[in-house]
Design a protein around this ligand. Sequence first.
Ligand code: HEC
Length: 161
Amino acid sequence: MRSVCAVGWGLSVVLALGLGAMGYVFLIRGNVEPYADGRTAVLLLPDERNRVLGEMRGLLEAVQEITVAAAQGDMATVAKSASAVGMAAAEAESPQMIAKLPLEFKRLGMSTHKAFDDLAAFAGTTDDRLEVTARLGGILDNCTSCHAGYRLGLEDADKEK
Ligand code: HEC
């Protein structure tokens, strides 16, 4: 009886460790490998990579529109362009793809969308162009930090190297 119990406990420990390891891979580490230039490559399927890059081009368009609108003092356009890349824009992502992103990547990505929502709300309450520009500059810190640390690779192609 005792030895059966010991086996049961042993199995539970192995299972718990296994689940812990899966949790680590899916929630924290993501599907990554080191890349030659020092960045971390996040490995995705071709469609997923194309979607993320499309989202990135949308972010740059928003930055362009916000910069022009802020310079003209057009806060309604600042708010509209910033909300277009707010949290709502991130909600369509598939859980499978999100599981491949490292925790820090998800954190930077989400805080960027959230910061655009905050900027949209702020633009509705101010006509201070410089403050809007300064806040946009703060958001751009997220862009540059993430770009300094990560690139996007393809799951199969990049794994074989
Ligand atoms: C959470 C990480 C992250 C954040 C935040 C982020 N990016 Fe990116 N971005 C990436 C990665 C990774 C790539 C792909 C780089 C590579 O593979 O070399 C990329 C690529 C791009 C590209 C190229 C798209 C293409 O079609 O090749 C643009 C433009 C871009 N980002 C703009 C932005 C802007 C503007 C912001 C901020 C408003 C931003 N990104 C924030 C991770 C991020």
